[in-house]
Design a protein around this ligand. Sequence first.
Ligand SMILES: Cc1ncc(COP(=O)(O)O)c(C=O)c1O
Length: 452
Amino acid sequence: MVGHEHLLLHFARNGAYADGAADLLVLQRGEGPYVYDTSGRRYVDGLSSLFCAQLGYSYGEELGEVAATQMRQLAFKTNWATASPPAIELAERLSKVSGELALGKTFFTCGGSEAVEAAWKIARQFHLARGEPGRTKAIARRTAYHGVTLGALALTGVSSMKEMFGEPAIDVRHVANTNAFRPEVPDPLADVERAVEEEGPESIALIVAEPVQNAGGCLAPPPGYWEGLREIADRCGALLHADEVITGFGRLGEWFGSQRYGARPDIVTCAKGLTAAYVPMGAVLVRDEVAAPLYDAGRTLLHGVTFGGHPVCAAVALRVLDIYGRDHVLENVRALEPHLEQRLRGLLDLLLVGDVRGAGFFWAVELVADAADAPVGPLDRERLLRQYLPGRLREAGLIARADDRGDAVLQIAPPLIADRAVLDEIVDKMGEVLTDAGEWMTTHRAGAAAAA
Ligand SMILES: Cc1ncc(COP(=O)(O)O)c(C=O)c1O
């Protein structure tokens, strides 16, 4: 294997891999829901890479042909006051699949953070055009991840990722999320209302939330939550933004998670599953009324990125959307969700597992310290999530995510083409790893207590 000393890893302790100190997992090949490392070892990709490889890894021939055809015809044209047929067609198709959400206009980006940031700028321009320049604030939720570019980072509610970068680019008030296992407040909607009142209803430009919040571990909304957000947004005159970077394109069994939860957002951001990760692309979808001021005579939409709406990516996305329909991908998620849920709930018997939560093909198990479900403390989290689990998961041949932006969780988001046997394989491996992890924690704690 070639050395990797020139490559900086994202969200990784780069030093841990320096000079071969730890063995970097280098994946070389994929097939269906499986990936293979450079030594030929197979892993079941229980995370769709990073919640994005919806189709797994066997559509390369077909999508490669689509990309090659587009490259031969026209490799690139920007959307800066020009356009290409695939970008035009994709915007139209997205408007169609948004169905009753009626998201009639699309602005393309290269990924999720850029989409979230563009959504904010479109919202601001909407309010400015309507003579409300004082709407400068956003409401977002604690622990939620909306991306890392400075605007998106302001919306992100994970303080450890933000503190070192100074004053946030956007004035954001963070409110309670919908963690039902360890509720922050009795009524998350009341918390949003309180925030709006305290900040001043006339100062709020945007309320943003994910249909199911990823960070914190697949936090689904309680019944009536999205209807409540809609009412609050309408009452205070803010736009409602559903960040569907993860939940879009079948992850929850629908084109958009908003459709599952009766959400009626003004703005939807998406990325990841839009192209099933075969190429990078993101998008902001808005209702016609939100885009309307952008069509006023003489008004310029003051935002743009060179590669937003790249024709090769748009052509691939169009075929990916075809495949979702042709190969019954959303139906597969809907049909197998009950089985996956039931298998995961079986893990609740393990000492280390306190809660199982999620929807569709997007689930988390919360790891707990004891039979009374106490949260795993910071020291044990460090040991469990960063020392023990990565190696043990790798040994088991499972890609899953151990995360503690909120409480400690192990998350899965299988490729949406996974069949029952693949889902069983994922859950079996989780069970095996978490059983060992529970024993390891007990021994480790006993060892630490003896040494103290
Ligand atoms: C809800 C949400 N918004 C935004 C982002 C940022 O997307 P990207 O990593 O493509 O910039 C992510 C990434 O995981 C996300 O989950």
